[in-house]
Design a protein. Structure first.
Length: 148
């Protein structure tokens, strides 16, 4: 009597493992994306606080642009030590900022899970996502817009 597995038994085991991997992989990708969203939300809150501090010291928000965080890292007193990068950017780009035309409102945002989100903010503080709905963002204002 020989001991061991037949080729059929081995093929069945391999097929079962392949099915389990096929079920598990999408769940892991979803978990990674959820982790990136949580990371972005935390870092955006940090940048919002830093931006408000910058405004208090300079009476204006940092200028919008690809390296807007340079104003925060180079400020005196130090506001943040290093520029934060968007976890959804494959190129390691920074989070983005957009200012309203009147300069009273700002939005700091991540390009989001779709990796193509963008947003603008109006003079009234209304946020509009201009490229889908995948942005993760925080916004702020120089004035209280909640009313009495």
């Amino acid at each position: 009597m020989k001991r061991g597995f037949t080729i059929l038994e081995l093929l069945i085991v391999i097929a079962v493992i392949a099915i389990l991997v096929g079920i598990a992989l999408p769940r892991f990708r979803g978990m990674r994306e959820e982790g990136y969203v949580a990371q972005a939300k935390g870092e955006l809150r940090t940048l919002q606080t830093a931006t408000e501090s910058y405004f208090i010291h300079n009476s204006s928000y940092p200028s919008a642009g690809a390296t807007w965080q340079t104003a925060l890292t180079g400020a005196s007193p130090t506001i943040i030590g290093t520029a934060l990068t968007d976890p959804f950017s494959n190129a390691g780009a920074q989070y983005l900022i957009a200012l309203s035309d009147n300069g009273d409102h700002y939005i700091i945002y991540s390009i989001g899970p779709g990796a193509n989100g963008s947003a603008v903010i109006s003079d009234t503080g209304a946020v509009t996502e201009t490229n889908g709905t995948s942005c993760v963002f925080v916004s702020g204002s120089t004035r209280d817009t909640t009313g009495p």
